[in-house]
Ligand binder design. Structure first.
Ligand code: RB5
Length: 146
């Protein structure tokens, strides 16, 4: 597994913490920035991470900003991206099992670091259920992109 990571200034510290978690688990990642708490627009990072996932360079992506909302709105504009902004464990798990979400968006000003790491962990380690009804619904979502 390889994970694409991106953040704006609000999510930068959380992205760094996620990198430490991935290092500890031996999970490969590519960090698309940002590299500091200096103010930046979040959109380019959503584009880079979403692009890496759609291209197949990375299996899953994690985007961090202040709320997770701007990142999820931006990432969901990319064809093939199903980005889920999650602040609770159940949603982070279900969006993999039911929605086959391929990008997790986290709000560093909403979710404390320990909880956010738990969400990232469950997201990365939960497979899509493969259930026919969920696959059908995902296909219907894809039709909205046309
Ligand atoms: C940046 O101040 C903030 O707007 C951003 O991190 C994010 O929360 C946007 O949705």
């Amino acid at each position: 597994m390889k994970v694409a990571l991106g953040a704006d200034h609000g999510g930068f510290p959380l992205k760094e913490a996620i990198k430490k978690m991935l290092d500890a688990q031996g999970i490969a990642y590519r960090d698309f920035g940002t590299d500091s708490t200096g103010s930046v627009d979040y959109i380019p990072y959503a584009k880079l991470v979403g692009g890496a996932v759609v291209a197949g360079e990375c299996n899953l992506g994690i985007l961090c900003c202040g709320t997770g909302l701007g990142m999820s709105i931006a990432a969901n504009k990319i064809k093939g991206i199903r980005a889920a902004c999650c602040a609770d464990w159940f949603s982070a798990k279900m969006t993999r099992e039911h929605n086959d979400a391929n990008v997790l968006c986290l709000g560093a000003r909403v979710t404390g670091e320990d909880a956010a790491l738990t969400l990232a962990d469950v997201f990365l380690h939960t497979p899509f259920s493969g259930d026919e009804r969920h696959a059908r619904r995902i296909a219907l979502i894809s039709e909205l992109e046309a």
